[in-house]
Design a protein around this ligand. Structure first.
Ligand SMILES: Cc1ncc(COP(=O)(O)O)c(C=O)c1O
Length: 454
């Protein structure tokens, strides 16, 4: 399919500086009535009216190139026609069935499992958010091992419910709610730009992976034998951090050696985003449990699941439940989205376009004083902003300014990173090269504009 026809052809169009009057009316209404924890409209002040492919229109007629993608949900693009067709057929038939079987449920399961390696053939739908898949994965691991300790990584983000938040490292999210689940230990991720062990690429001996083994082996590490280790194959909210491929291979070997369940969280990096159906495929490993959500609901219909090895399937009926465990519309949407991904080679498109975009970003990095590192894989890209390249001092302020300028010029971007200083691109994977180029030009202009003020 020619992806060009999926997006608004005129993007970007800025008719009035956002937020325009109609957006402002909605933002004022939101401030007056919604809780102060609302966050995204603070960085991207607008109200939305419609969206197509990799483009979004606000209520004042401004059309944006979408490098935000609903925080990595819109893999097949907004209003994807194949998904819409499947969903509208389903809407008048059946919409809610808890975990009672239905045709769309079977279709999604069959399609999803066909993309997973042999041992990962058992699926379980929990509540509708990614966080709930993480909760389910942790429970399944604890149930199987009868252990309580968990290992997670610095820079990890696994969600906001108590268990998932316990496994997430960002202190600003959790410091007001401690204690959460005890016995979660964090170890350094392969964040090579800021290596916890002070190594460079030529001196790296994958010390971060080896440190996990040290923690498990040393009786005085203070870490009891874990039920599971949870890891993102490519860290998302942590700042689009791509580890060397051997990182996950070594972690897999360590988990095998110490009989620890390996959970790979693919909620953000999965479903073609990084150039493979699942990001763990880049390193050739097989996880024991995989968590999925975000793009699984096709167009943002809420759904999450875990997929795991048969031998772990020991928990009894009702051990993890929820009224919305499964959503028939999301099944229909997800099955269609997976079909669209495979029929249109979306993983390859993501890989090829991502490579081009990264090379353009690397050019910007070379010319810029504030771009510390441009990195990523497929269409999961990040640009780490610093006060200066020598000190690498993180600059969250610059990231905010860049996002604001991008927004004003018709480009939506995300922000993440350990220090909230990484501008992140998570566009719908149906992004065309033409839109990608325009988006990167807006981004490059915003970097130049910010640099002028320094
Ligand atoms: C890797 C990862 N895991 C879990 C979650 C939590 O998903 P949700 O926000 O749907 O609960 C996220 C959300 O960004 C994520 O990126």
């Amino acid at each position: 399919m020619d992806f060009k026809r999926l997006s608004f052809p005129e993007a970007p169009v800025i008719k009035i500086q956002p937020p325009g009057p109609r957006s402002k009316e909605h933002l004022d209404f939101q401030s007056a009535h919604e809780g102060s924890a609302v966050s995204y409209p603070r960085g991207m002040p607008m109200a939305l009216s419609r969206a197509q492919g990799a483009t979004v229109e606000d209520m004042d007629g401004n059309v944006y190139i979408d490098f935000f993608g609903g925080a990595g949900v819109m893999n097949v693009g907004h209003s994807n026609p194949l998904v819409l067709e499947n969903v509208s057929e389903q809407l008048s038939r059946l919409t809610h069935s808890l975990d009672i079987p239905s045709e769309p449920r079977k279709a999604l399961i069959e399609t999803l499992l066909s993309f997973l390696p042999d041992p990962l053939q058992r699926i379980f739908f929990g509540g509708p958010t990614g966080s709930d898949a993480v909760e389910a994965a942790m429970k399944l691991a604890k149930y199987n091992t009868r252990r309580q300790t968990m290992i997670s990584f610095e820079g990890a983000y696994h969600g906001m419910s108590s268990g998932a938040l316990s496994l997430s490292s960002g202190l600003s999210f959790k410091e007001d709610f401690l204690p959460l689940i005890p016995e979660v230990h964090f170890v350094p991720y392969a964040y090579c730009y800021r290596c916890a062990f002070g190594k460079e690429s030529d001196t790296c001996d994958m010390d971060c992976a080896k440190y996990v083994e040290h923690v498990l082996e040393d009786p005085h590490s203070g870490v009891g034998k874990p039920a599971a280790l949870i890891v993102e194959a490519i860290q998302g909210e942590g700042g689009s951090i791509v580890p060397p491929e051997s990182f996950l291979t070594e972690i897999r070997e360590i988990c095998d050696k110490y009989q620890i369940i390996m959970i790979v969280d693919e909620i953000q990096a999965g479903l073609c985003r990084t150039g493979k159906m699942f990001a763990f495929e880049h390193s050739g490993i097989e996880p024991d449990i995989v968590t999925l959500s975000k793009g699984l609901g096709g167009l943002g219909f809420p759904i999450s699941c875990i997929v795991y090895k048969e031998e772990l399937d020991k928990w009894p009926p009702g051990k993890h439940i929820g009224t919305f465990r499964g959503n028939v519309i999301a099944y229909a949407a997800g099955a269609a989205a997976l079909r669209f991904m495979s029929e249109n080679n979306l993983a390859d498109h993501s890989s090829n376009l991502g490579e081009k975009m990264l090379s353009w970003l690397k050019d910007i990095e070379k010319d810029s004083r504030i771009v510390g590192e441009a990195r990523g894989r497929g269409l999961m890209l990040g640009i780490e902003l610093v006060k200066d390249k020598a000190s690498k001092e993180p600059s969250p302020d610059l990231a905010q300014k860049v996002r604001t300028i991008c927004h004003q010029h018709g480009l939506l971007v995300e922000i993440g990173g350990h220090y909230s200083n990484v501008v992140r691109f998570l566009p719908p994977l149906v992004l065309t090269e033409e839109l990608a180029k325009k988006g990167i030009e807006i981004f490059a202009d915003s970097i130049r504009e910010v640099e002028k003020t320094l």
